[in-house]
Design a protein around this ligand. Structure first.
Ligand code: SF4
Length: 470
């Protein structure tokens, strides 16, 4: 390639915005209900929302109360080829409708029941479609599984980075070594053990990771939430996500008056744990009645927000971020290429330097230079999230109306319709070319889907000779 051709190729590769990504965001923004078009809305300004898989491996080997899977889920065989085939079809549709870049959860029952090679092949399929995958687990597997996931049969590293979301709470029964946890605190060694496996993976194989910690909150563990954050914030998790329990899935596993753990009560506990007020209005992910998010970082044991919602100068930084950098796809862009794209934006809009400089100076003042020096400028980004799934009895009628193109006069039903329309957690149905909110998947579609899967992938009892003779 001659110099002029090479320069043209570099110019093309470092263009800040991918028109396909921009078009996907514009479609998302146009679909959002008015109530979700807030100044802090991320969907349509810096992303298209999250995605998840369904109907792939619904079986799990722990028992949770509540469990969002339908009662047939545990009668379905975990099957690698089925998972790969379904995930490929679902990712193809997401690529077509949601554009070239998104975060997508490999979620079903328990992901580590998939053989490591099938798990790895599925992650590769997701990446091929521009998805940044995150595997959902209860965390009860060993380092050997992780190692076999990270290394191919030839002993070579097959991923530079892995993302996992691990679910830990005391209403999950059957974890090895702690069948029925007496408290959230009793689970802390298991939370630490899980995170330590990934630190070892990095040390031994150079594979980086992102870990999220998930926890269902009910009235029975509400007052333990703050201590979980205080005890576990430095274990290596980059996100703490809390889900107030909903009446979804297998009704045999509904045990408490879940709604007594109200959104505000749960958020207060998260704030107590973080030791800071958490402003969930700086950024929105979909409808704020579904998701509250606070982005920030720890220095030592203190958490600070990236942006202070009470400071108009920080809100101006947020708006400038959306304006100049929002259309850049950070997800899946190699760091060197991302830097080149950002430099081109800075060259075109020098005002971004002023925004960044004043923000940095304010943030250093807020944290305190002394504290930063004491901790050798070690900053750990940690995001707090609360995701409020809706109850099945709330979702079903609202979704029926939405399907008919009608809007309810009942404020409660209309609220549900608005939340579904702004959903930031979608699942794909390649058989009819639609995307549905995860609430709809669990409340409306899972029972029939899992009943069909139970026939397609039955669990065959293999009887041993000794069992036959006994
Ligand atoms: S899955 Fe349900 S609770 Fe979550 S964002 Fe979508 S509509 Fe809201």
């Amino acid at each position: 390639m001659g110099l002029p051709a090479w320069l043209r190729a570099v110019e093309r590769a470092t263009r800040p915005y991918d028109p396909e990504f921009v078009a996907a965001m514009e479609r998302r923004w146009a679909e959002l209900p008015e109530v979700a078009r807030t100044p802090g809305q991320i969907i349509g300004r810096h992303g298209v929302g999250c995605e998840g898989t369904h109907g792939v491996f619904p079986k799990c080997n722990l028992k949770c109360t509540p469990c969002y899977h339908s009662r047939d889920a545990n009668q379905v065989r975990v099957d690698g080829p089925h998972t790969r085939e379904q995930v490929a079809a679902q990712m193809g549709l997401l690529r077509e409708l949601r554009g070239p870049r998104a975060h997508t959860q490999l979620i079903g029952g328990e992901v580590s029941l998939l053989p490591p090679d099938d798990h790895a092949a599925t992650l590769a399929i997701m990446r091929e479609q521009g998805r940044e995958p995150m595997s959902f687990t209860h965390g009860d597997f060993d380092y050997d599984y992780l190692r076999r996931l990270a290394l191919g049969p030839d002993g070579r590293r097959r991923f530079a980075r892995l993302s996992f979301a691990a679910h830990f709470d005391k209403f999950m029964y059957g974890r090895r070594g702690i069948e029925r946890p007496s408290s959230e605190r009793a689970l802390n060694p298991y939370r630490a053990r899980f995170a330590a496996m990934f630190a070892r993976l990095r040390r031994e194989l150079g594979v980086r990771s992102f870990l999220a910690h998930n926890m269902t909150v009910t009235p029975g563990n509400l007052d333990e939430v703050a201590a979980v954050i205080r005890d576990c914030h430095a274990m290596g998790y980059g996100m703490f996500s809390f889900q107030p329990a909903a009446f979804l899935g297998d009704e045999r596993r509904w045990k408490e008056h879940y709604r007594e753990a109200s959104p505000d009560a749960v958020w207060q506990q998260i704030e107590r744990g973080a030791g800071s007020r958490l402003d969930y209005d700086v950024f929105h992910n979909g409808d704020v009645r579904c998701n509250r998010t606070a982005y920030g970082f720890y220095v030592g044991s203190h958490w600070f927000p990236f942006l202070d919602g009470s400071d108009p100068r920080d809100l101006a930084v947020r708006d400038a971020f959306f304006r100049y950098l929002g259309k850049v796809s950070f997800t899946g862009t190699p760091p060197a290429l991302l830097v080149a794209k950002l430099l081109r934006i800075v060259a075109r809009h020098p005002t971004t330097v002023a925004f960044a400089g004043s923000w940095l100076a304010r943030t250093v003042r807020r944290v305190g230079l002394g504290r930063l020096l004491r901790h050798r400028f070690r900053v750990r980004p940690v995001t707090f999230v609360m995701h409020l799934f809706m109850d099945a009895e709330q979702v079903t009628p609202a979704w029926e109306l939405t399907q008919r193109g009608e809007t309810s006069d009942d404020p409660k039903v209309r609220e549900t319709q608005e939340r579904l329309a702004a959903c930031q957690y979608s699942m794909a149905h390649p058989e009819d070319g639609t995307l549905v909110p995860a609430c709809v998947q669990h409340a409306v579609l899972d029972p029939a889907e899992n009943a069909a899967l139970r026939k397609l992938l039955p669990i065959v009892e293999v009887r041993t000779t000794s069992a036959r003779n006994s």
